[in-house]
Design a protein around this ligand. Structure first.
Ligand SMILES: [Zn+2]
Length: 312
């Protein structure tokens, strides 16, 4: 599955015809998104800009209530994964069509049937056909000016998704084709400083892992996210140790890219045993891992991350 319409390339977001009475959902501030909206040439729209990273279900319900009866024709998710996830969940609740426009290029969320939403301060990975975008617009215009931290976290997420997706038990020759190509493009982008390749790599990663799944690396990452570590940052260590555990063909290459991006080791406030207890019920990721994972395996992976340096 992928969006009905995918528009990619220079000026894609400028040339796209946006329906009137759209509601734009974004995590950014007016000084940034006003330039974006000018570029897009969109007319007659509303903006909701109070979305925060790791959006909560309460925020989504608040937006639904706020715009009820306002004849919103389309949701436009403009920003990183959080803006798009809110848009996806809203679309499922109301049946209103959605256009997803990534600006940080990493999650590949514009391509997938996944959404991450927080319930009681815990991030939950949801999957539903109704989350799929009607249109995805991928335009490298949004890339320049992205702060280094956001760029490297996004790139790391895209690389983790491509390589975990390749190894996933749900992978098939079609999804592997996308994951493999995505990893190679993203690796070239980082190792050879060709950042302009990131949007295309992230998009292919989204198609690949979106039709298979991520695995142990992502499962491990959520305990760090719950303690405030950005998703992509957490994956630098989490996916490295999980690739080592799985004997992934991507282990060395993924680690080298993380070294080039200068990621530091992670810390954890809760005990390893407690964290492993939180990770174990995440069957959506763990059941698709190429090798069965026990609670002790998870404790060992966490130990390697917080007491040693897996990126050395
Ligand atoms: Zn991810």
């Amino acid at each position: 599955m992928m969006p009905r319409k995918i528009v990619y390339g220079a000026n894609a977001a400028k040339e796209f015809q946006y329906p009137e009475n759209s509601l734009i959902i974004t995590t950014t501030t007016p000084d940034i998104y006003e330039n974006w909206l000018n570029y897009m040439g969109i007319k007659k729209y509303e903006v909701y800009d109070k979305v925060t990273p790791d959006p909560a279900i309460e925020t989504i319900e608040e937006i639904k209530r706020k715009y009820e009866g306002k004849e919103i024709s389309t949701y436009i998710g403009l920003g990183g994964g959080s803006s798009m996830d809110v848009c996806k969940y809203l679309g499922k609740l109301t049946g209103i069509q959605k256009i997803l426009i990534p600006t940080t290029f990493g999650t590949g969320a514009e391509m997938t049937t996944y959404a991450v939403v927080s319930f009681n301060h815990k991030k939950k990975l949801l999957q539903d056909e109704a989350f799929l975008a009607d249109s995805a617009v991928v335009d490298p215009y949004f890339l320049p000016g992205t702060p280094f931290n956001i760029m490297r976290n996004s790139a790391c997420d895209a690389l983790a998704q491509a390589s975990e997706g390749y190894d996933s038990k749900l992978a098939n020759p079609f999804t592997k084709l996308f994951c493999k190509e995505a990893f190679e493009i993203l690796e070239d982008a980082i190792m050879n400083d060709k950042q302009e390749l990131l949007p295309y790599g992230a998009m292919l990663s989204g198609i690949g892992f979106g039709n298979s799944s991520t695995t142990l690396g992502h499962a491990l990452s959520y305990v760090f996210s719950n303690e405030g570590v950005p998703h992509g940052y957490a994956l630098s260590s989490c996916t490295t140790v999980s690739h080592k555990f799985n004997k992934s063909v991507y282990y060395e290459r993924f680690k080298k890219i993380c070294q080039k991006l200068k990621f530091e080791p992670l810390t954890l406030k809760q005990s390893l045993d407690e964290a492993a207890g939180v990770i174990m019920p995440d069957r959506g990721h763990l059941d698709n891992n190429p090798i069965p994972v026990t609670k002790q395996d998870i404790v060992n992976c966490l130990d390697e991350m917080v007491n040693k340096n897996p990126l050395q």
